[in-house]
Design a binder for this molecule. Structure first.
Ligand SMILES: Cc1ncc(COP(=O)(O)O)c(C=O)c1O
Length: 365
């Protein structure tokens, strides 16, 4: 309990809601998969992941078997990309703000990480062009759908323009899409991979639509890059963990994934709408991003608010917030607030935004 005796509301991690996890189905799939395939799933296996699941992913994404690599989480692929495609001193572009762990992975590789400012419909293309006159990155890491942390979706026009620039300047796009399937309104925008399969490494994950504890991510890559990634996987851990891949294979082949995604949309859509409504009611002076899906809404507080003080003292107001600076490669995100709604019940969302507005009042400079 904090000073005011309130149980804190966590606006921190992008977790699925507990009730989002289809535990009974997972147990049933585990039972079937382990009985039927136990001799394979509990033995050393292939370095690129469990074959039947690779096949299922390849078919769903219109890729070849060779183009698909399964890993222990999608995050692991950030380190693979950093190791294989970026040498110390090379440049990596990403959106500003971007996923804090991706920024860290790229920085750890010794890359010079440059953030291109985000607008409501994707990166500022003029700023990107300007940056390209100074340096050409090895890769542009982007989360085009319902971005973490901002909630922004890159428009079709901007995707086309970025794809054109990638071709012209010769850099790869690393497209990270774990939230793509969770669209609550509007229509899907084509992926970068659909626009130019030869220049895109498409990363995705089962974490947000099935279970993060299973740690299953996958990478779909251009054929010419595939051998080095498969080899890197083998030399890193021989192969990713197979038992959870066996469970997920059974789950997907029973046709349970798409109905689960539909169930999640029904669970999360009202949470997003509740948060948007609460923001309209309470945060009159701050602008926020209206996402069309995913887990996050974000807001940037005006300069006259001490965002750093707010973050440090949030517990006194019954809140836990993420330090906004982590989402900015240059660390300048004091007034940026990420608001994940996925794991909070509507009542907690309403109360959380009410507390946030009270805290903001307190930190007016
Ligand atoms: C954009 C993005 N990429 C990757 C991940 C990590 O996913 P995984 O659980 O597959 O490592 C997250 C998790 O929050 C994320 O938001």
């Amino acid at each position: 309990m904090n000073q005011e005796g309130m149980k804190p509301i966590l606006f921190t991690r992008g977790n699925p809601a507990e009730e989002a996890l289809p535990i009974a189905d997972i147990i049933d799939c585990a039972n079937t998969a382990f009985r039927r395939e136990g001799k394979i799933l509990f033995q050393y296996g292939h370095y690129s992941g469990y074959g039947p699941l690779r096949e299922w992913i390849a078919k769903r994404f219109g890729a070849t078997y060779e183009q698909v690599l399964i890993g222990n989480s999608s995050m692991e692929f950030f380190t693979f990309v950093a190791a294989l495609m970026v040498k110390p001193g090379d440049t990596v572009f990403l959106e500003k703000p971007s996923y804090d762990r991706a920024i860290t992975a790229m920085k750890r590789s010794g890359a010079h990480v440059v953030g291109i400012p985000l607008e409501k419909d994707g990166v500022d293309i003029d700023a990107l062009k300007q940056e390209l006159t100074r340096t050409v990155p090895k890769v542009f890491y982007i989360i085009p759908d319902f971005q973490n942390p901002s909630g922004i979706t890159t428009s079709f026009e901007k995707r086309k323009e970025m794809a054109r620039l990638a071709e012209e300047y010769g850099f790869y796009i690393v497209e990270d899409s774990p939230y793509r399937y969770l669209r609550y309104r509007g229509k899907d925008v084509p992926t970068f991979r659909e626009l130019m399969p030869d220049r895109v490494l498409h990363i995705s994950s089962l974490s947000k639509i099935l279970s993060p504890g299973m740690r299953i991510g996958f990478l779909i890559m251009p054929t010419d890059l595939a051998p080095q990634f498969h080899k890197w996987s083998e030399d890193t851990y021989i192969h990713p963990v197979l038992p959870t891949e066996g469970i997920v294979n059974e789950y997907c082949r029973r046709g349970l994934l798409d109905p689960n995604i539909e169930r999640l949309k029904v669970l999360y859509r009202p949470r997003m709408e509740t948060m948007l409504h609460a923001l309209k009611e309470n945060l009159k002076e701050a602008g926020w991003i209206e996402p069309d899906g995913g887990y996050f809404i974000s807001t940037t507080l005006p300069e006259r608010i001490d965002g750093h003080g707010l973050w440090k003292n949030a517990r006194n107001f019954g809140l836990v917030l993420t330090d906004g600076r982590g989402f900015f490669p240059d660390g300048k995100g004091e007034n940026f607030i990420r608001l994940p709604f996925s794991a909070l019940a509507p009542q907690e969302i309403i109360e959380g935004i009410r507390r946030l507005s009270k805290a903001i009042e307190h930190f007016r400079k």
